[in-house]
Write a protein that binds this ligand. Structure first.
Ligand SMILES: NC(=O)c1ccc[n+]([C@@H]2O[C@H](COP(=O)([O-])OP(=O)(O)OC[C@H]3O[C@@H](n4cnc5c(N)ncnc54)[C@H](OP(=O)(O)O)[C@@H]3O)[C@@H](O)[C@H]2O)c1
Length: 315
């Protein structure tokens, strides 16, 4: 009798960075763009066929503007939560999937699980990359906890996979605005150590994983860069910009009002506002610390520092 485990515990997985491969990105958000940009930067000889699914015409327009090198025909617009749309997106010989979930939505795990099931059912998918978040076991943050369900399902799905767990992005901060206003604002403590990770590094790691899926099959990688307090981050930014920048914590009432406003402006529900508020409370109390050994090993260098990031943005 054949062992059902053997088919997904294998090094024999074709590279996604080959013209014979067909790579699907299930959204065109910030993290997917970091990976997509890194893939499009490769020379044409190693570029796979690409497809990106987005939920609206404006998302498609924004993606086309950001990536002129991306064939407009490779962008598929539809309801990315719909099973029939997912099946259409996976049809035609997709070999590799790069999935990032939508933030603060109660159905984040359900949709990821649907993508996994449909990827398996397509019959051509050889590797599934799931981008979750650092420390999904920090269950008090509902946006981390929900990713545990996806990871568990993926580990049991009998489909070759790799989980990337990035820490909070440096790109969450508007560095130019902070220099202009003289304030680096944050919704939580400016004295707790928080995570700073450059999503460009995520793009670089993604290329390595997609290039040699067999080496990374069944892995979960914590992608942490550096820990700084916002006070330190503001000092570093100030030095780079040559202008005074101070860290300022937004008052609790204002932060909570922002959670509701942010949810409303995106036509999201109370779950979104709650999720954001819980994350603020959590980071205020615990910060977010991790270890950068895995990032260093995967990158083959030190992760990008906050100082380097600020220099790059302000250049
Ligand atoms: N921000 C961080 O520091 C951080 C760190 C680690 C992990 N994460 C996780 O990363 C994930 C978000 O990824 P991201 O950073 O790439 O953020 P993002 O840019 O906000 O990605 C969210 C994606 O969801 C799409 N979307 C919005 N409304 C939708 C709808 N109704 N139906 C389908 N798709 C919709 C957005 O499309 P449009 O933009 O075109 O509307 C966007 O492509 C979340 O799961 C979050 O928990 C974030």
């Amino acid at each position: 009798m054949s062992n059902p485990s053997s088919s997904y515990a294998t090094k024999d997985i074709p590279s996604a960075l080959d013209p014979s491969a067909f790579l699907l990105f299930t959204n065109g958000g910030k993290q997917a763009r970091a990976a997509l940009g890194a893939v499009l930067a490769l020379n044409e000889a190693s570029r796979p066929r690409i497809r990106v699914t987005v939920h609206s015409d404006s998302s498609a327009a924004s993606l086309r503007a950001a990536f002129p090198a991306l064939d407009p025909a490779s962008i598929l617009v539809g309801d990315t939560r719909e099973i029939s749309f997912q099946r259409t997106a996976l049809a035609g010989g997709v070999t590799h999937v790069y999935h990032v979930g939508r933030e603060f939505t109660p159905s984040e795990a359900v949709h990821a699980i649907d993508w996994i099931d449909n990827a398996k059912a397509a019959g051509t998918v050889r590797f599934f990359v799931y981008v979750g978040a650092l420390h999904p076991f920090r269950r008090k943050m509902i946006n981390h906890r929900i990713k545990l369900d996806v990871e568990e399902y993926l580990a049991e799905a009998r489909l070759p996979y790799c989980v990337l767990q990035p820490a909070d992005h440096m790109q969450n901060h508007d560095v130019e605005k902070a220099v202009e206003t003289g304030e680096l604002i944050q919704y939580y403590s400016v004295d707790e150590l928080e995570a700073f990770f450059d999503i460009k590094d995520l793009g670089e790691v993604s290329v390595k994983v997609l290039k040699n899926p067999g080496e990374h099959d069944l892995a979960r990688y914590e992608l942490f860069g550096y820990a700084h307090t916002y006070r330190e981050a503001a000092e570093i930014l100030s030095r780079v910009a040559g202008k005074p920048v101070q860290a300022r914590k937004i008052e609790r009432e204002e932060a909570l009002a922002m959670c509701t406003e942010r949810a409303k402006s995106r036509a999201e529900n109370e779950y979104y506002a709650n999720g954001f508020a819980m994350m603020i409370a959590y980071n205020d109390r615990f910060g977010l610390l991790g270890n950068s050994n895995v990032s260093k090993w995967l990158l083959g260098r030190e992760p990008t520092t906050w100082e380097e990031f600020c220099k790059r943005v302000l250049a």
